[in-house]
Structures are given as C-alpha cells and as structure tokens.
Design a protein around this ligand. Structure first.
Ligand code: FAD
Length: 300
C-alpha cells in the first residue's frame, strides 16, 4: 500500500492550490518543498484576483495555512531528490534519505530565470527590472523604460511595452539583429534603438536610474524590461521521461496530465502562461483530475 495517495513536489501557487483541492477530497497528500521560490526577489504579486499587490511570501504563507487545515495533508520542508515509476505508482526519494511511495505524483516545481549577463542586473530584478509586462507594467506606466533584447524578440517586447509607456529605448547591447523593416516599425512607434554595448546597470537600493554604455555615457531610465531565458528548476520531469515543448517546459495534455501514467505537471513547469494565478488554476485542475483518476481506480 503506497504511503500517500499523492505526493506534490513544490509549494508555490500551483502545488499549494493542488494540495488544497486534494485535501478537500480527503486524499492523503505529502507536499515537499525546497524553499526556492521563483519570485523571491519580487515585492508584490500583481494580476492575482483577490490578492493583487500581495507580497509573494504572504500569499505563500496564507496558502500554507489554508492547506494544512486539512488533516490528510502534510507539508514538509524537504527537497525531492529523485522519483521513479513503480508498480503501483511512484517511489519518491527525499533529500533527507527517506523514501515515500504514492499512487499519483504531481510536479509543481517551477522554473528558474536566466538573466541577461549585465553587471549589477540582479540587484534590480523584481524591483525596477522585470521580465513580464503583465506582472509589472502597470507600476511603470508612462515612465522612461529601457527594453533589452535583440532581433525579433527585442522588437516584440518593445512594441508590446507601448501599452504601458511611450518613452521607450530598445537596447540591443551590440549588433541589433534588426532589419530595415523592423527599425522602421520601431521608429514609427516612437521607439529609439541603442546598439552600443552596455557596461552596467546603474542605480541604488533596487531602483534603477539608467544604463551605462561602454563609452561611459549613461542613458537615464527608471525601469527595464528584458527577454529572459529559463530552465526547469528540477530535473524530475526529464528523469521520469516527460516530453518537453520548444519553450523547454513540460508538454501536458488535458488537466496537466503527461505521457507518463500517473504523473502530472502544473504551474510554470508546464506549458501555459507563467502567471501565479494561472499556476494556481493549473494546480486545482490537476488535483481534480488526480482525484477522478483515483476514484475510477477504487470504485468497484
Ligand atoms: C521577478 C518576478 C516577478 C513576478 N511577478 C509576478 C506577478 O506580479 N504576477 C504573477 O502572476 N506572476 C508573477 N511572477 C511569476 C510567478 O512567480 C510564477 O508564475 C509562479 O510563482 C509560478 O508558480 P509555481 O507554483 O508554478 O512555481 P514556483 O512559485 O516557482 O514554485 C515552485 C516550488 O517548487 C519547489 N521545488 C522545486 N524543485 C523541488 C524539489 N526537487 N523538491 C521540492 N521542492 C521543489 C520550489 O522550492 C518552489 O517552492 C513573477 C516572477 C518573477 C521571477
């Protein structure tokens, strides 16, 4: 008999939301969390209905409080080292050496952002330098914004940001990769292009004041948006044999199921928009599908 109906790996919005629904379905659930939060550097979560502008740690703390009210849910601060498919589900090895078993496994392990290689950028990330206009564009509306990116990606982000500000400079940090049509489109939309190399991000206490170029000139800006790369935070999905899409997240089907029987992946680690409210919704959706799958197995 497996030790739990479900092991949920990750206690961000996706994992906690799944645990809440599963707890209400009286499922025995172990939630394991390694405490590495994607938005740890952010001051407020925006665009989360009912919780707009809530600090991320408060949202997590409130979520945890709600989840552990359900007696069949256990939440542990422990990383999952590895997991393998077994006859009746999965064997899950924890970082403290214990092994637990479960009938269904939900990975809600999120992603890690790979910031552009700009000196001092990390000091400003989540405070005045951002990757997501939907998350942070409103607070920077009508301000002088630096957009960082090359080629098609830089062009797209700069055009998108006209929703929030008309004072935009696209910094390409070297050869722009923009053809004449792209440059013309930027010009027609009032967006300047700066292709000199960037030496550093300037500012203090998390507030960006400009970008210093290689020749020493500082271009004054109060916020920056950039194209970022990212990777899965955990190698568990790859190890269990999940398929990945072109963006590098797990390819999931209806209700966050994967090609691996009994394995679900929800939140940023799976295919949809990377917003906290979407991650929470995916967690809830996966939980309902998991409960239904367990019910089908158990009914005579
Ligand atoms: C700077 C910044 C600002 C943002 N602002 C907004 C915003 O304003 N609004 C918005 O909607 N979204 C925002 N986001 C995006 C939002 O943070 C994510 O969409 C959301 O956190 C995704 O939730 P998740 O549960 O999928 O993953 P996460 O929140 O990343 O949680 C994943 C969890 O899995 C755990 N974990 C990973 N591997 C293991 C393992 N092996 N064992 C145990 N635990 C593990 C981690 O510790 C972590 O707790 C922002 C992101 C960043 C980086």
């Amino acid at each position: 008999m497996p030790s739990y109906d479900v092991v949920v790996v990750g206690a961000g919005p996706a994992g906690l939301s799944a645990a809440l629904v599963l707890g209400r379905c009286r499922r025995t659930v172990l939630v394991c969390d390694s405490g590495e939060y994607r938005n740890a550097c952010s001051r407020e979560i925006h665009a989360y209905l009912g919780r707009d502008a809530t600090p991320p740690d408060r949202l997590r703390a409130d979520g945890r409080r709600e989840v552990v009210r359900y007696p069949s849910v256990r939440l542990e601060e422990v990383a999952v080292r590895t997991a393998t498919a077994a006859a009746s589900g999965f064997e899950v090895e924890l970082a403290d050496g214990r092994t637990v078993t479960c009938r269904k496994l939900l990975l809600a392990t999120g992603v890690v952002d790979e910031l552009p290689p700009l000196p001092r950028l990390e000091e400003f990330y989540g405070r005045s330098a951002f990757h997501c206009p939907y998350c942070d564009g409103w607070e920077q509306r009508d301000r002088p914004i630096a957009v960082y990116g090359r080629g098609h990606d830089g062009l797209g982000l700069a055009l998108e940001l006209t929703v929030w500000s008309r004072d935009l400079v696209l910094f390409t940090d070297g050869p722009s990769g923009l053809d004449d049509a792209a440059r013309d489109r930027l010009r027609r939309n009032g967006i300047a292009v700066e292709d000199r190399r960037i030496a550093a991000v300037c500012g203090e206490d998390g507030q960006l004041t400009g970008l210093e170029l290689a020749d020493g000139e500082i271009v004054a800006r109060t916020a920056m948006f950039f194209i970022t790369g990212q990777r899965e935070r955990s190698g568990l999905a790859a190890k269990l044999g999940c398929r990945f899409n072109a963006e590098g997240t797990v390819e999931t089907g209806d209700n966050e199921s994967t090609d691996v029987p009994g394995l679900f992946v929800a939140g940023d680690a799976s295919r949809r928009a990377q917003l906290a409210v979407v991650a929470a919704a995916e967690g809830a959706q996966a939980a309902a599908a998991i409960n239904t799958a367990l019910l089908r197995e158990d009914l005579r």
